[in-house]
Design a protein around this ligand. Structure first.
Ligand SMILES: NC(=O)C1=CN([C@@H]2O[C@H](COP(=O)(O)OP(=O)(O)OC[C@H]3O[C@@H](n4cnc5c(N)ncnc54)[C@H](OP(=O)(O)O)[C@@H]3O)[C@@H](O)[C@H]2O)C=CC1
Ligand SMILES: O=CC(=O)O
Length: 332
């Protein structure tokens, strides 16, 4: 099916970007195609997206853009490639793309270190109640050095459970086992001998990970199998005083169950880079919760990572509109 879309050499290629990107790779693309960039600060709605992609050969999307068969059909039969500016691609209907012979690309690897750094940051900040402590200072509540004030927990020598030992899971494991001497257990659909040997990791079933971990960090991709993977039943299995971190996707945690676990002190703290929806309203009880630190989805937000993501996203588009295999294809 791939490559079956007609290429016309007579007309200039049309490319739509749903947001301006950092980095310089756009110049390369401008030599190949007419590029239109969504001009507004707010992301296009599905209807707006369907409208603006009409006649495009390629679309550059963000993880907040839902791209389904309707958007693909609105673009027209010349659409050859959807380049997602993210490693996760749960926002794209892959079956619909495959059916239409459209290639899909993503931006793996170059954001692994940045995102693992952020997961480590959330682990440490949540375990030491950094947001709560900073808030005490800015609000003027902090008056005295208290021997029992703002006590946290320490990762050193504790058990880290990583749910999803992919690229980012491994990068976090390297940091926390190498630096903090944590004991490592993980879930994966396959045993990973490199992790077992170099990091003394042990692959376990999810139940065992939930029962044994002091710190839990989520790194699985979002799909039907992982949606609400961490629900009330999962929280019930956890030790008390667990620090839970999520840099994967908000939908993987049942947020009502998380709120209950925080309210009842079933878990110690949570550090989230992702929620559902994004953003959560400022009045949402998780946003207001003293023991929940929420960041605005900044896992890959370093100049290095984002510039490299732009390079890959543009390479994917150029290859796609030329009818070639993508630099980083998502397997359809
Ligand atoms: N906060 C942020 O800004 C960022 C968030 N992310 C998120 O992190 C995720 C992981 O990225 P990365 O490590 O590069 O991806 P990888 O593809 O390397 O790892 C994905 C992980 O998801 C697991 N997985 C995939 N499908 C399933 C399934 N059906 N059932 C159970 N597990 C599954 C894989 O498990 P297995 O080991 O069994 O193969 C693997 O552990 C992304 O999908 C994205 O959602 C990524 C970058 C930045
Ligand atoms: O969430 C970010 C991504 O790259 O995926």
């Amino acid at each position: 099916m791939l490559g079956s879309r007609e290429m016309s050499d007579s007309k200039p290629r049309k490319v739509f970007f749903s947001r301006q990107l950092p980095g310089v790779a756009l110049d390369r693309l401008a030599a190949e195609a007419d590029v239109t960039i969504w001009p507004k600060a707010d992301a296009p709605t599905p209807d707006e997206l369907s409208d603006v992609v009409r006649g495009c050969d390629a679309i550059l999307t963000l993880l907040s853009d839902a791209v389904d068969g309707r958007v693909m059909d609105a673009a027209g039969p010349q659409l050859k490639v959807i380049s997602n500016y993210a490693v996760g691609y749960n926002n794209i209907d892959l079956a619909a793309a495959k059916q239409r012979g459209i290639q899909v690309g993503n931006t793996p690897d170059v954001l692994t270190d940045a995102t693992a750094d952020l997961a480590a940051t959330l682990m440490l900040a949540a375990s030491r109640r950094v947001a709560e402590a900073a808030d005490d200072v800015t609000s003027g509540r902090w008056q005295n050095w208290e021997p029992a004030g703002l006590l946290g927990v320490e990762p050193s020598g504790k058990t880290l459970g990583i749910i999803g030992m992919g690229r980012i899971g491994k990068a976090l494991a390297n940091r926390m086992v190498g630096g903090w001497k944590m004991n490592l257990i993980y879930t994966s659909r396959r045993d990973q001998t490199d992790v077992n040997e170099s990091l003394s990791g042990r692959r376990v079933e999810l139940d065992e990970l939930l029962r044994e971990s002091d710190f839990i960090s989520i790194h699985v991709a979002l799909c039907e199998a992982t949606r609400k993977l961490i629900d009330a039943e999962a929280f019930a299995k956890m030790k008390s005083n667990v620090v839970l971190v999520n840099t994967a996707r908000g939908e993987i945690i049942d947020q009502d169950a998380l709120l209950d676990a925080l309210d009842t002190c079933k878990i110690f703290t949570a550090g989230l880079d992702v929620t559902t929806p994004e953003p959560l309203p400022a009045s949402h009880p998780l946003v207001q919760h003293q023991r929940c630190l929420i960041l605005p989805h900044i896992g890959s937000a370093t100049t290095t990572a984002r510039s490299a993501m732009t390079e890959i996203a543009v390479d994917n588009i150029i290859a796609g509109i030329q009818g070639k295999s993508l630099r980083c294809p998502v397997t359809l």
